[in-house]
Write a protein that binds this ligand. Sequence first.
Ligand code: XIL
Length: 364
Amino acid sequence: MTEQKPDMDWNEAVPTRRGVLRGASACLMAGAMSGSGAAAVRPIPFGSAAEIGAFRDDARYRDALKRYCDVVVPMNDLKWEALRHDQPRFDFSGADELVAFAQANRKALRGHTLLWGEALPNWAREMTTRAEAERELVNHIEIVVDRYKGKIATWDVVNEVIKYDPTDGGPWRDTIWQRLLGPEHVDIAFRTAARVDPKARLVLNDFHFEEPIPGAAARRKVALDICRRLKDKGIPVHGVGMQAHLYADKGIDVDGVQRFMRDLDELGLDVEITELDVIDWKLPAPAAQRDRIAAALVSTFLEAVVSAKRPKAIVAWGLTDRYSWVHETFPRKDSARARPLPLDADYRPKPMMAVLERYRRGLA
Ligand code: XIL
């Protein structure tokens, strides 16, 4: 059976007729293939963040990116830390390599990220004046967005600008950008990105939107407020990225997610899942059990999203358990390797991959 390819024009600012027609015929074919009589739907492109070290050293990693992904996101190589280690000189080596790979293999690209309070070089952390911060931010965005214009069609313009718990003295996260520029740091970033590449899709990316905790509802509200405020000022914003680092021990606030989707819809905003993985540090040890729980969690989460609004893309924060930030950031007490991703450490698809493939093929 031929695999259904999602519409590769997904991340163009204006959908093309070619893209729409291709999407429609893919849906019909998916329907004919499903054999279940269930109505087929628009396939959702699937992608992964790519780590430059693994990409360079591990041919199986590159093959997996080619085989499973429609979208590639440089995991760390577009962050300030990588690009701006020396203040005056930009180092595009890692990002260029991943962009070239994506282009050669006809993968769409997401850019992560133009503004973040973390992954900054020391000189940026040590800025002291408003004028300096604004000059550096604008200059950075102009150079980076311009370099990848026509190649990177979607940008996480700002990342994690919302306070961890906005009910506790929020709404803004305390970063160098917020300290020196105030809330305007978000306006400057979006305005500059839109000016340099008016066709780019511009996204606000953040985490903890789906957790069943009071702070999550407040985070959703702040995200909506920021986007509404940008729109009121005439500054383009096209969507919200839900990082979706899902805590297996906490579960999903299905009602909250669905309400968020409807609110985004009302504001005319897209949603995309940008950093999907499962934090399994509190789960029991047996691998098969952890994989089953992870797949069920991802399924519950995606069903909650898709039942209210189809995301533009579903991107996992890595592909294989062989390489993942979860292992170090959320270590298990028993020291067993984390199992956060759709492929195991030997590149075998886990139950989570079956869940993801259903969306990728337009069967769910
Ligand atoms: C993480 C990367 O996966 C690690 O390799 C790196 O050491 C630290 O950053 N939220 C984000 C991502 O927006 O950029 C982070 O990525 C994970 C949390």
